[in-house]
Design a protein around this ligand. Structure first.
Ligand code: AMP
Ligand code: MG
Length: 319
């Protein structure tokens, strides 16, 4: 029997019993457990094979719950939360004493957001505890944007994937921390930098620490397909470097019109939003076709294009 189900009551039961449930969000599917259950949190790490130094994102039902999680809310954090929640933005704030160290990897800060997905919001509203939920993929592999991706990854290791359809945004949340009360981007993501700057002004980006990363999304190789993948400006040119190979290409909007290639066009309508929502699904598909190489096209460096390039960079051997 499939573990994919729409039964919210069953999800509530499992989570209350300290089990894990994969949940839909607008970014990617999350592997969720009660933040106050040591058993549940430990099994998130073991199921994902995620190293304990990688902290988890806490998902809450509304901004009203924030005060029960954090010790201090900078003015600009409040402004961002009221503007963008529910939404694809995670805030990293000083934690309060109730938040277990396992969640935060021993840090004195906790990552938190209100996801914008009707099914998961309904679930969170009925639970007396928030949910810790990192992406529902084994550590280092492509993030899941459909229930079937999660089911294929974990098979019998989890009991349920709560079916909320395909993820609308399709890449992870934008993570924002605070240094001296000022916001700093720790991870580019589904909420575009320009939209954030329109609310709080110019903001610096610190997402390139390779050792002891504040956000594991920062690790140089992450979100990666098993097939060797390249990121280039000119895909046709790169194709010539792989004669006699089975090649998959991932392009933004324009077909290469080359019958010898397996091609996925992310958005014929020239929409970065559509491209972001299809990015991981397309990498999943190309990765299952037994290709020798995948060649991905670099996006324009603005709006969601910046976030898409960040993910592609981490998926690839860029040239
Ligand atoms: P994932 O959902 O798998 O992408 O993982 C959750 C993300 O939240 C990771 O990239 C974490 O680094 C980030 N995160 C969680 N807690 C913190 C924290 N206290 N400081 C910085 N980043 C965090
Ligand atoms: Mg992840």
């Amino acid at each position: 029997m499939s573990i994919i189900s729409k039964d919210i009551q069953k999800a509530i039961q499992l989570l209350t019993d300290e089990q894990l449930v994969a949940i839909p969000t607008e970014t990617v599917y999350g592997l969720a457990g009660n933040i106050y259950s040591e058993k549940a949190i430990k099994s998130i790490f073991s199921t994902k094979k995620r190293p304990f130094f990688n902290p988890l994102i806490v998902h809450i039902s509304s901004i009203d719950v924030l005060a029960t999680i954090v010790a201090h809310i900078p003015k600009k954090a409040k402004l961002l939360a009221t503007t963008f929640w529910p939404g694809a933005m995670t805030l990293v704030l000083k934690k309060n004493a109730k938040i277990p160290d396992l969640i935060t990897a021993g840090k004195d800060t906790v990552a938190v957001r209100v996801p914008n997905h009707p099914v998961t919001l309904a679930l969170l509203k009925q639970l007396p505890f928030p949910l810790a939920a990192p992406s529902a993929n084994p550590f280092g592999s492509i993030s899941p944007t459909k229930p079937v991706h999660v089911a294929n990854y974990f098979k019998n290791d989890i009991q349920m994937v709560l079916d909320g359809g395909a993820c609308k945004n399709g890449i992870e949340s934008t993570i924002i921390g605070f240094e001296n009360e000022e916001p700093v981007i720790y991870r580019l993501g589904a909420l575009a930098l320009e939209d954030i700057e329109a609310v709080v002004g110019k903001i610096s980006i610190k997402n390139k620490k390779e050792n002891s990363p504040d956000a594991p999304g920062m690790l140089a190789r992450h979100y990666a397909p098993a097939t060797k993948t390249f990121l280039v400006d000119d895909v046709s040119l790169e194709v010539k470097n792989h004669p006699k190979k089975k090649i998959g290409v991932l392009v933004f909007k324009t077909s290469l019109n080359n019958k010898n290639l397996t091609e996925i066009i992310l958005s014929e309508n020239n929409s970065m939003q559509e491209a972001a929502s299809k990015l991981y699904t397309s990498l999943h598909v190309l990765d299952t076709l037994n290709l020798d190489v995948i060649i991905a096209e670099r996006f324009p460096d603005s709006g969601l294009g910046k976030s898409i390039n960040d993910r592609l960079q981490r998926a690839t051997f860029s040239l």
